[in-house]
Design a protein around this ligand. Structure first.
Ligand code: THU
Length: 128
């Protein structure tokens, strides 16, 4: 299995999801080939929960990474779990039209591009 997929599967194990019990892992590859992982981190106030994808993006940015190639997202679902709307916006703004690889624990995968997940996106280019 590709290292980026293994990294997403392993990151999922660190998920802090006592409320939903829905564990998600992500691995974001930067342009040096470095992998930045994330898991969902839930909060008792629910709304402060942060998804695995955003944790991975913010970790990567905080470590100085600025350009990215692709992200893998792992959840234990038969129908592969895509990023939520909030994560799509963050991924678009920080990573652009990268490949998103969805994977489950059985090793089923599917690839989709950010421009398919978030068509006609709003971003900084509109701010003049
Ligand atoms: N979640 C993610 O981390 N990523 C996704 O792509 C979908 C949803 C998390 C948020 C929350 O902790 C749990 O999954 C249930 O929504």
């Amino acid at each position: 299995m590709e290292p980026i997929l293994t990294a997403a599967i392993e990151a999922r194990e660190h998920a802090f999801a006592p409320f939903s019990k829905f564990k998600v892992g992500a691995a974001l590859e930067d342009d040096f080939g470095r992998l930045h992982t994330g898991c969902n981190v839930e909060n008792a106030s629910y709304g402060l929960t942060v998804c695995a994808e955003r944790v991975a993006v913010f970790k990567a940015i905080s470590e100085g990474a600025r350009r990215f190639r692709r992200i893998a997202v792992c959840a234990d679902t038969e129908s592969l779990t895509p990023p939520c709307g909030a994560c799509r916006q963050i991924l678009w703004e920080f990573c652009g039209d990268i490949e998103v690889v969805l994977v489950n624990l059985a090793g089923k995968t599917e690839s989709i591009r950010m421009s398919q997940l978030l068509p006609r996106a709003f971003d900084a280019s509109f701010l003049g």
